[in-house]
Ligand binder design. Sequence first.
Ligand code: FMN
Length: 193
Amino acid sequence: MGIEGFRELLKSSRSIRRYDSSVKISREELMKLIELSRYCPSANNKQRLRFRAINDEEGCRNVFSNVIFAGSLGKDGTPSPGEEPSAYIIFLNDNGVGPARGEDIGICAEAMLLGANLMGYAGCMLGSIKKDSLMEYLGLSREAYEPVLVLALGKGIEKAEIENMEKDGDTAYYRDEDRVHHVPKRRLGDILI
Ligand SMILES: Cc1cc2nc3c(=O)[nH]c(=O)nc-3n(C[C@H](O)[C@H](O)[C@H](O)COP(=O)(O)O)c2cc1C
């Protein structure tokens, strides 16, 4: 893949929050995505992150109830029945290794999101997590592990488009009357200083 292909992959790998939940993602596929994290940079090479793959019905129902989709769209942001993700990867910081590093989390999350897109799926990083309740379900202690991100995955059915934002314009994403999701992005000239 050349730079143009990579740019297109990045451009098309938007945060997607509506899925065809009848399309399942196998454990093997989730393992392929989690394995990508092994090839990612990590501050001091500490490799603080641990992962839990969820693709069973009960697990998905539970994780779904412990995350918030598109908070700024209000109730509309939550996937409707039949449009929920069919799998999740929970990112956990191993506190025994050291405090969480946001950089490590972001790098691994984007690697997995791009990988998922290459596999024909879509996803969304979710930082809004009801941590106590999720950890109770996972049976893990918060002293030992910190849930830092949830990557929702599924067969995307939502159309999402990037828009060039006016300088100092509104960064808020929105949905139009056809439920197309619009994501304003700053222009190249506006991110150079
Ligand atoms: C660290 C992080 C946390 C996020 N948390 C949430 C979240 O809790 N819920 C959600 O619906 N989207 C979440 N997102 C997705 C962002 O809303 C999304 O990246 C942003 O709107 C830009 O859209 P794009 O990813 O398509 O470029 C998160 C993204 C990142 C990087």
